[in-house]
Structure formats: C-alpha cells, structure tokens
Design a protein. Structure first.
Length: 256
C-alpha cells in the first residue's frame, strides 16, 4: 500500500564537487541492489541540485532528487530564494518544507509552509513536510496535540488527489542531530496520531496512502525497528546521509 521512503537531508554540507562525489558513491553503492520497493531520495544544497541531477541521469541511479527548501512565489524580486519552477527545471521530484531548522533559524511559520506545499504541488513536486515538537513540549506531555495542530495548519486547503504525492516527516526537535533517537514506540505514537488527523481531514483512504516518515538521529542500527512500526513509513535522515556507505546500509536494512 505505501512504499517505504528513506530520504537524505544533506543540510548545508557538501560543496558542488563533494556533492557530485557523494551522489556518485551512493549510485555505485545501490547499483544492482534489490531495494525491495524502498524509495530513496537525496536532498542536497540548492547549488548542488543540477550536478546531482546529472549523476542520477548518467548512472540511472536508484534514487531521486529533492530540494531542501523553496519559495512560494513564481518569480520576481525575492533575492536569494528559489522558485518551484526552478526546482522543476533541474528535475527535483521532492522538496523538504518546514524543517525545524528553517522554522527555528529563519522564522518560517505554518502559513509559509502551507503556501510552499501548494506552490510545489502546482508544479508537480512532492512536498516532504516536516513537523515536530521541542523538548519542553515533549516534557510537558503535549507533543501529540502540538504536532496535530501543526498538521492541521500545514495542510489547510490542500487538495490531495494522489496520496503518494504528499509526504510528512515527524521530526521531534530534541532528536535532530543530537544522537537521541525517539524510541520506535515514541515515533509510532505520533506518526499514528498524524495518520488519524489526516484521516479526519482527507478521509481514511487518502490518509492510508500518505507516507509519514520519522526523522531524528535515524541510522543503520535503528532503522529496522523504526520501520517495523505500522505508521512509520521510512525516515528523513540528516547525519547518516552524508556517507554513501551508511546511507545505502539504511536503505538496505529498511527493505529487509
Ligand atoms: C534532519 O535534519 O532532518 C535529521 C533528521 O537529522 P539527523 O538525522 O542528523 O538527526
């Protein structure tokens, strides 16, 4: 029903040359492997997108391309921003939106994230829309309602005709880049609540087709346990996506 997805978020790592090398290494590591239906995505920095796109074409790689951010306007005087049509032109299939680092450091709001999702979908690019609670919310036991509220705001007015074309990543902020992974049960609790919320908004059939990933210190050693949970459909991976060996291991283990 839902293919697992392992998506790598390189964040602000790997210059153009290094990015092309990493993409090439990943293409080699996955070449000829049976991934058991696991879909693989890499999200390099914007200036690396074209080079990674060329590696994907030239090697017929077993992964597709995602961006890390987009702006919701079509074009114009928005210095430093990237339009959805520009991502389309380099064959980006996916785009991360609402990552907690963008919410935290760059002041992105749920309203921005909702506009970005709509702009991407107009261009046929699949959003990987991130949500997740800070530590103090988790410690107060309010994490489920916090994330449910984010989902409601981020999806407001979206029309999802094909549920494979919208992806959510639940990333508890306290687990990102800290080495503190949420337990598989913690991930399931929130991913399950996200799916129930999606069912209320879009209906059960659509909700059952939307992939909900977990993100936060996911690595080769814990991926199998995470994806064994019924509502965890893969992972958004930061640190462990920066080495072709680790990332390809995660993909293989997720599919076993
Ligand atoms: C991320 O930034 O999306 C992420 C999950 O990072 P890490 O895997 O390094 O915790």
């Amino acid at each position: 029903m839902r293919n697992l997805m392992i998506a790598g978020n390189w964040k602000m790592n790997k210059n153009y040359t290094e990015g092309v090398e990493l993409a090439q290494g990943l293409a080699d590591a996955l070449a000829g492997k049976d991934l058991n239906g696991v879909e693989v995505v890499v999200c390099p920095p914007t200036v690396d997108l074209k080079g990674v796109s060329e590696v994907i074409d030239q090697t017929n790689a077993q992964f597709s391309l995602g961006a890390q951010n987009v702006y919701f306007e079509e074009s114009g005087a928005f210095t430093g921003e990237t339009a959805p049509s520009m991502l389309e032109a380099v064959n980006a299939t996916y785009c991360i939106i609402g990552h907690s680092e963008r919410r935290g450091y760059f002041g992105e709001t749920d309203e921005d994230i909702n506009k970005k999702a709509k702009a991407l979908m107009t261009h046929g690019i699949v959003p990987i829309s991130c949500c997740g609670e800070p530590l103090e919310v988790r410690e107060a036991g309010k994490h489920v309602e916090f994330v449910v509220d984010q989902i409601k705001a981020d999806t407001e007015g979206l029309e999802i005709t094909d549920p494979s074309k919208y992806v959510i990543a639940y990333e508890p902020i306290w687990a990102i880049g800290t080495g503190k992974t949420a337990t598989a049960d913690d991930a399931q609790e929130v991913c399950g609540a996200i799916r129930e919320t999606l069912a209320e908004i879009f209906g059960k059939e659509t909700a059952d087709g939307i992939r909900v990933l977990y993100g936060g210190s996911a690595k080769p050693g814990n991926i199998a346990e995470l994806v064994a949970k019924p509502d965890v459909d893969g992972a958004l991976v930061g640190g462990a996506s920066l080495k072709a060996e680790d990332f390809s291991q995660m993909v293989i283990k997720a599919g076993e």
